[in-house]
Design a binder for this molecule. Structure first.
Ligand code: PMP
Length: 449
């Protein structure tokens, strides 16, 4: 047995016996053992290389193993590995400044967490304390994390096993021209109806009871839902009319993913609280946080904020954030993400839709896209039903297998493939990924009814 085969068996054996994997039935999974990664690729112990069209979980915005970020983490580890969150320390101050300078409007104070869900938990806590109100509203088509409040705010099926741990969550429907039951053929009308539905819900719940409305600026996990022009500004107005805190969850779309530093910039909207994580360090060390408006920061100027985490603003994570943001500036990563979207991914994916009848819709921006796969282009019947598993999900499983066989690692969700490669992906790798997709879409075309 060669050394690689030996190493693979050791990794797999201990994984099977001792690692409890998230979102999985432990005995029904067979995780790929990853041996290494660089740029837009990772590889296994058997020499198979995968072009990563998922950016891990949509977070390796600058690709894997950027040498400057790896070096900054190593340098920080040699100098000072940790210091409690109550102290001021150079890399934390610098990370906060760099983030605050890039968030919209007066979001100038940064509360650090270790991940996205903790950012959402704390944003909700801040909103409740700031307003003195109990309820929080979120979209059905949303994902906000897996801690108890965040998973209750999440509207998709992942909340089912966790429902009702948090009181006062109210869900509503956001605009979604492709699948909205109210869609009339006009995006502007869909937007107006969604806003009217939201305001009616606010009024019938009692505005005096609602602390916050939380939205993903562009819905990520629910399917790269790009809001119609005017929707976010309309939600901002509803919040202002009723004294409600507006929270934008940019955990997935912040830090260049959509071709701007933060997705809210596309629509010129400033929330009261903005949640971030993932791309802030390209995921090299876990970090998340909440960017806070001056009005909400003022609430806690002379009143203790009752929340915090042992590792808030961990110095290794802050060193990674500083290095990541500097790399993004030096290498023009945000601009590259925008250009890749308008010049390569957008046109390339639309060309695939022309050729493949199972592609019902293409939507996205920057390096953040989704294809809706359907059985019937006219009725838009999804290729697999909502929340399908096992045999019902077989067409998507076969599609995934074809992509992996071609050397592309996909992000599949329901009846969709999300296309989210690193923001730094090279043009030839976009072309290579599109060619692999082109071939694999024959599998989904074969399921057209
Ligand atoms: N919000 C959004 C929009 C997300 O996409 C995610 C993670 N996919 C989260 C929150 C939760 O982040 P984390 O898994 O880091 O807790």
């Amino acid at each position: 047995m060669n050394a690689d085969a030996d190493a693979l068996r050791t990794v797999k054996d201990a994984d099977r016996k001792h690692v409890f994997h998230s979102w999985s039935a432990q005995e029904l999974i067979d995780p790929l053992a990853v041996a290494g990664a660089e740029g837009s690729y990772f590889w296994d112990y058997e020499g198979n290389r995968y072009l990563d069209f998922s950016s891990a979980l949509v977070y390796t915005n600058i690709g894997y193993q950027h040498p400057k970020v790896a070096a900054a983490i190593a340098e920080q580890a040699g100098r000072l590995c940790t210091v409690a969150p109550g102290f001021a320390v150079d890399v934390r101050s610098e990370a906060a400044r760099l983030i605050a300078e890039r968030t919209p409007g007066d979001l100038d104070r940064i509360f650090f967490t270790n991940a996205g869900a903790e950012a959402v938990e704390n944003a909700v806590r801040m909103a409740r304390l700031h307003t003195g109100r109990p309820k929080v509203m979120s979209a059905y088509r949303s994902y906000h994390g897996a801690t108890s409040t965040a998973i209750n705010l999440t509207g998709d099926a992942r909340r089912f096993g966790n429902d009702s741990a948090t009181a006062g969550v109210v869900h509503f429907w956001g605009p979604f021209p492709y699948r909205s039951p109210f869609y009339s053929g006009s995006e502007a009308e869909e937007c107006e109806r969604a806003l009217r539905h939201l305001e009616d819900t606010v009024v019938f719940e009692g505005p005096q009871s609602i602390a916050a409305i939380i939205l993903e600026t562009v819905g990520g996990a629910p399917g790269v839902l790009v809001p119609p022009a005017g929707y976010l500004a309309g939600v901002r107005e509803i919040c202002d009319r009723h004294g409600i805190v507006f929270i934008l969850d940019e955990v997935m779309v912040g830090f260049g993913r959509t071709g701007t530093w933060f997705a809210a910039e596309h629509w010129g909207v400033t929330p009261d609280l903005l949640c971030f994580a993932k791309g802030v360090t390209s995921g090299y060390v876990p970090l998340g946080g909440v960017a806070i408006s001056s009005a909400i920061a003022e609430t806690f100027a002379r009143r203790t904020y009752p929340g915090g985490l042992t590792y808030s603003g961990h110095v290794l994570a802050c060193a990674a954030a500083v290095a990541t943001i500097n790399v993004m500036e030096e290498e023009g990563v945000v601009e590259q993400s925008a250009r890749t979207g308008t010049e390569l991914l957008g046109p390339g994916l639309r060309a695939l839709a022309e050729r493949h009848p199972s592609v019902g819709e293409v939507r996205g921006l920057g390096t953040f896209w989704a294809l809706e796969l359907v059985r019937d282009a006219a009725t838009r019947e999804p290729l697999v039903p909502y929340n399908a598993s096992g045999a019902a999900n077989a067409p998507m499983a076969a599609f995934g297998a074809a992509l992996k066989k071609g050397g592309l690692w996909p992000l599949l969700a329901g009846n969709r493939i999300h296309v989210a490669p690193p923001c730094t992906i090279a043009a030839e790798d976009v072309a290579k990924g599109l060619a692999i997709l082109d071939e694999a879409l024959a599998v989904t075309d074969a399921h057209m009814s």
